[in-house]
Design a protein around this ligand. Structure first.
Ligand code: SF4
Length: 296
């Protein structure tokens, strides 16, 4: 992992994602290195190819100061806006222990008594370090990405991300601390189409963690993402390759969406936006607000 310290000019960036008005990204790159991450395109801003995603990280060392300045200048009419931390990195990845940028941003929001919604999304138990600040903000919601209950399945596509079981424990700990939470099931891994028992186990574990609300999104099969996933799948047995090939079809997505809708109903979960998100289909209908996937 190559780590560089850089200075940024802005931190509070208007968002095109569903459910957030602004995004805040204290790092460029992500050491968790998920193969399916849509944020791999970010390399173009720091001169890195898509294939190098997960091998570099730029730390915006002035992130907190810049964010504080922008927050103070925010017009009163905008202070009800929803801010997402983060959209193209995981703000609680390992280096956060040293740089404490996510924590600094939460401290700035607290100091300003920011009244709007602050949404977080992470794969990291490190967010539990910040439960004091999160609890002190008036409107927060913490999302944890959970794609599997089996650590080996998660490891296949999620390079160095924390284990799936640790993420479920993180959700439970947040719920025990009284913090509003949601689970982000994204990407919805293609093999669930043929293993309804494993998909059911995933939603049951989310419900058992105390979380009652989920975002769910199909695998983003944009060509630049497929380029990163393909080498992993190529080493797998023929049946796994066939599953990933089928994942791009409408028929697969419809069948998997139906399975998810049945399970969220069975386990009494709320599905955000009322459906399984599908970047590849939604962007044709609404290109500006079509995807959540890749945010941690
Ligand atoms: S999906 Fe999230 S955790 Fe994984 S590499 Fe991308 S930003 Fe990091």
């Amino acid at each position: 992992m190559r780590i560089a310290e850089i200075e940024c000019k802005s931190m509070l960036v208007a968002s095109k994602l569903p459910a957030s008005d602004y995004v805040v990204n204290p790092y460029t790159g992500c050491s968790f290195a998920c193969a399916y991450c849509y944020a791999s395109f970010m390399g173009r801003f720091v001169g890195e190819p898509i294939e190098a995603w997960g091998e570099y990280l730029s730390v915006k060392v002035n992130a907190v100061a810049v964010f504080q300045r922008e927050l103070r200048r925010m017009p009163p009419a905008r202070r009800e806006s929803t801010i997402l931390l983060s959209s193209v990195t995981d703000a609680w990845q390992g280096v956060e222990k040293k740089y404490r940028l996510a924590r600094g941003i939460l401290e700035a929001l607290h100091a300003e008594a920011y009244p709007g919604q602050v949404m977080m999304l992470t794969k990291s138990p490190l967010i539990l370090r910040d439960t004091d600040l999160i609890s002190a903000l008036p409107r927060t919601e913490v999302g944890v990405t959970v794609t599997a209950t089996d650590d080996a399945v998660g490891r296949f596509l999620e390079g160095h991300a924390p284990f799936a079981t640790d993420r479920l424990r993180t959700l439970a700990a947040l719920n025990q601390a009284g913090i509003p939470t949601y689970a982000f099931v994204g990407p919805l891994l293609p093999h669930y189409r043929y293993r309804g028992d494993l998909l059911e186990d995933l939603f049951r574990c989310i419900r058992d963690s105390g979380t009652s609300s989920v975002f769910v999104e199909h695998l983003n099969t944009s060509p630049y993402i497929v380029r990163r996933i393909a080498p992993l799948v190529r080493d797998e047995p023929a049946e796994v390759q066939a599953v990933y090939a089928a994942a791009r079809t409408d028929e697969h997505r419809r069948a998997l969406s139906d399975m998810v809708m049945d399970l969220v109903a069975k386990y009494g979960l709320e599905i955000r936006l009322g459906r399984v998100l599908d970047h590849n289909r939604d962007k044709k209908a609404a290109p500006a607000r079509s995807s959540l996937q890749g945010s941690a």
